[in-house]
Design a protein around this ligand. Structure first.
Ligand SMILES: [Zn+2]
Length: 233
């Protein structure tokens, strides 16, 4: 008799556990970027300030935006690595060409992190101060790069004031890794309005959320494509 109760109790316990799990899954839906590894490459740093306006340096804005982006991507469940988290560059004192050495080590970090993708964050400059708008650059070494670039650009067009297009690039960093990734030019430091916005935390957040939505849409598209092409559906 006691044994019978024990079994009954065990069954009830298992049912309770299963129902709790179900409730938990309903309350906390799986985050969209869970399991994805993303490396953020805040452009320039240290000896390399990038572009500038007065004493406002691209390297500092890149880092600020990258930190906000890290927070937003993590809130969606992604594992995020930062190539740099302070004002430093990655060149070594032994490098003959400092800039090349810096970029080479960025590539190594992207690969070491086993990234699903990387995002390079930069700020633009134009001789004409009227030129403005965020844009995304990609290298055709990996066909996924264009998908990622278009996906982020679509979000920029819907959420930010830009009518710019994706641009093909031939820059060293982007042509030397097959890990999917893009270069994001967040706006023009040479444009008075954008220069003001790029320094505001609320605008940095808007940028980060647009990039994150672009990344979410990219994974939706890419994961579906690979599932189909591997014949799993
Ligand atoms: Zn730059």
């Amino acid at each position: 008799m006691i044994r019978k109760y024990k079994v009954l109790f065990l069954i009830m316990f298992i049912v309770l556990l299963m129902s709790l799990q179900f409730v938990d899954a309903k309350i906390k839906p799986k985050k969209t970027l869970t399991g994805k590894v993303i490396t953020i490459d805040a452009g320039h740093g240290g000896r390399d300030a990038g572009t500038s306006y007065g004493n406002l340096y691209e390297k500092d804005l890149n880092l600020e935006i990258s930190k906000v982006l890290k927070k937003v991507l993590k809130s969606k469940g992604a594992t995020v690595y930062m190539i740099r988290e302070d004002d430093s560059d990655l060149s070594s004192k032994w490098d003959n060409a400092k800039k090349r050495g810096d970029l080479y080590r960025r590539i190594l970090k992207i690969q070491e992190n086993k990234s699903d993708l990387y995002l390079s964050i930069h700020i633009n400059y134009h001789y004409y101060s009227s030129v403005s708008g965020a844009e995304v650059l990609y290298h055709p070494i990996n066909p996924d790069n264009l998908v990622l670039a278009e996906s982020i650009m679509d979000e920029f067009k819907s959420n930010l004031n830009t009518d710019r297009k994706v641009i093909k690039t031939n820059l060293y960093l982007y042509s030397n890794t097959r890990v999917p990734g893009v270069l994001i030019e967040c706006g023009f430091i040479s444009n008075p309005n954008e220069r003001y916005l790029l320094q505001k935390e609320s605008y940095q957040e808007k940028l980060a959320k647009s990039i994150t939505r672009g990344v979410e849409n990219y994974f939706k598209e890419i994961d579906l494509w690979y599932t189909f092409s591997r014949g799993r559906i």
